[in-house]
Write a protein that binds this ligand. Structure first.
Ligand code: SF4
Length: 369
């Protein structure tokens, strides 16, 4: 990854600091950009009379804004880099700093994958249109998506999404893909998202029945895994850093689902659960945690509420419970469960353990709206 091709839009921040005559600023930088944090601190201190404190704890999203503990340090403003504003209030004035990457890969390598996925989507769509002629059993068989849900389509459009540092290119790519013959929709999601085409590891709310398959503009498989778990639709990836194209295979998703089912089965006899509540402003789902506790009690089981800022095996493995259910960042249970000595479930998975939800009707991704 060529870090020099990232652009950090510091101008608005510097203006705001000057206008407010701020003296102490906290800078919050995502993990992938921390190497450049000192350079940014220099740039801000050179242009203003403010002093900068780097909030050096791990930061993986705008869910994790610096909150009031830094106010006690005298911090007047938080500069949060590389993520967009969410529907949360951290209690601190916060300036969000856009980071964009100028990588602009050709679409040619991804076109064969997109054509194959369009065929899958069109087949599912035509079966959806003939739904009235089918028996219920036939319909169940036909509309089963990659995560085992029955979900008929209303369209077979290509949904074009990306991670935040590539979203400035999204409408340019829309035009290129339309010129290549695709009908493209840039989905617009709910209040947790700020931009058309944006996805988060915990939120894919722009999905609609008109979209039959996806292209993700970005790198890594974090967002693609979540998007397929959430939508059950075929997904191609185009990496602006390498120009490479690939698909998120259904075998990979099946492997994850097998692992999730194994954890559910392992909790069959579990009687005591630790219920994790995230303390980070955009991960705090206290009501969901309390609901899980009530459910456990209703089924004659015990749930202990554990609040944490960061969740990690060293912080919870030693508690004498049989398993954990996680209401903090949904991806902790999905992506990190092998790191934990005991089963770590999502709320939906706990409901399956308790018999309140059925695995057979399809996987339900744990989304934070
Ligand atoms: S996926 Fe997790 S870290 Fe990322 S925004 Fe959502 S809650 Fe935060």
């Amino acid at each position: 990854m060529d870090m020099n091709r990232h652009e950090f839009e510091l101008d608005d921040l510097i203006e705001r600091i000057k206008d407010n005559d701020n003296r102490l600023i906290a800078l919050q930088v995502p993990e992938g950009l921390k190497m450049q944090a000192l350079e940014m601190m220099d740039a801000i201190e050179e242009d203003t009379s403010a002093r900068i404190i780097l909030a050096a704890d791990p930061c993986y999203g705008a869910c994790d804004l610096v909150h009031d503990k830094m106010q006690r340090m005298g911090v007047e403003l938080v500069a949060h880099m590389g993520h967009s504003q969410m529907n949360i209030d951290s209690g601190m004035p916060t300036e969000f700093i856009n980071v964009t990457y100028d990588g602009d890969p050709a679409i040619d390598p991804v076109l064969p994958i997109l054509s194959a996925h369009r065929e899958i989507a069109q087949k599912r769509l035509s079966e959806s249109l003939n739904e009235s002629e089918m028996s219920e059993e036939e319909a169940q068989e036909r509309f089963m998506d990659a995560v085992g849900r029955v979900s008929p389509l209303k369209g077979a459009k290509l949904g074009l999404v990306g991670s935040i540092q590539h979203l400035h290119l999204i409408f340019d790519y829309k035009e290129r893909l339309e010129s290549a013959g695709f009908e493209v929709e840039v989905p617009v999601g709910g209040a947790r998202l700020s931009f058309p085409g944006q996805v988060l590891g915990c939120n894919y709310s722009g999905d609609s029945d008109d979209i039959g398959h996806y292209l993700f503009l970005g790198s890594g498989d974090f967002h693609p895994i979540g998007l397929v778990l959430h939508t059950g639709k075929p997904l191609a990836m185009l990496d602006p850093y390498t120009g490479g194209a690939e698909e998120m295979s259904f075998q990979r998703i099946e492997g994850i689902l097998r692992q999730r089912f194994g954890l559910i089965m392992a909790c069959d006899q579990a009687k005591t659960f630790g219920i994790l509540i995230g303390e980070k402003p955009g991960q705090m789902r206290r009501n969901l945690a309390l609901r899980m506790k009530r459910k456990l009690e209703k089924h004659g089981k015990k749930g202990y509420l554990l609040a944490l800022e960061h969740v990690g095996p060293e912080l919870i493995d030693f508690y004498p419970v049989d398993a954990f259910v996680n209401t903090a960042c949904p991806r902790i249970a999905i992506d990190d469960s092998v790191r934990y000595a005991k089963p770590l479930l999502t709320p939906f998975e706990l409901e399956v353990v308790l018999g309140d939800k059925k695995w057979e009707t399809g996987y339900k991704f744990d989304e934070i709206p």
